[in-house]
Design a protein around this ligand. Structure first.
Ligand SMILES: [Zn+2]
Length: 146
């Protein structure tokens, strides 16, 4: 069975830092409820909040992401638009920052979870989770009535 075990893609795919299989967020990033996190990993049961208020630190990371977006979009507008008027910069930066709020929110929390929560990837837990049956057994084939 192919898994994402021991892969840095688990961070990008927003998976549990211990098993790399359970989802951290309940819905898609495009959902209006993009900020809803599971309280525990649906695959291995790891509790995602090591202490109350743990994710307050994510605000600083999100701020850094926003500043990086502002600088990158500002440079892109300058280069591609040949230094347009100020309102073009303001509009481009504002729209891009607002559109990227779900990703900024989620990845700032993922940085907190992967770097500051003290959770490490555990191959034994990942193997145990991967060995579980994930779906109900297939239904028996219907018998033909003759
Ligand atoms: Zn997990």
């Amino acid at each position: 069975m192919a898994t994402t075990s021991s892969s840095p893609l688990a961070f990008v795919a927003q998976r549990c830092p211990r098993c790399h299989q359970g989802r951290v967020f309940e819905t898609s990033a495009f959902s209006p409820r993009f900020q809803q996190m599971h309280t525990s990993c649906p695959a291995c049961g790891l509790h995602y909040e090591p202490e109350p208020g743990f994710y307050w630190g994510a605000m600083y990371i999100s701020y850094a992401f926003s500043m990086a977006i502002v600088v990158a979009v500002g440079i892109a507008v300058f280069v591609l638009g040949h230094d347009p008027e100020a309102w073009v910069y303001i509009l481009a930066v504002t729209l891009t920052t607002i559109l990227l709020v779900p990703l900024s929110f989620r990845y700032s929390r993922m940085v907190m979870l992967y770097l500051f929560a003290g959770f490490d990837y555990d191959p034994a837990v990942a193997a145990e989770v991967a060995s579980r049956p994930t779906a109900a057994p297939p239904l028996p084939a219907p018998e033909l009535v003759g």
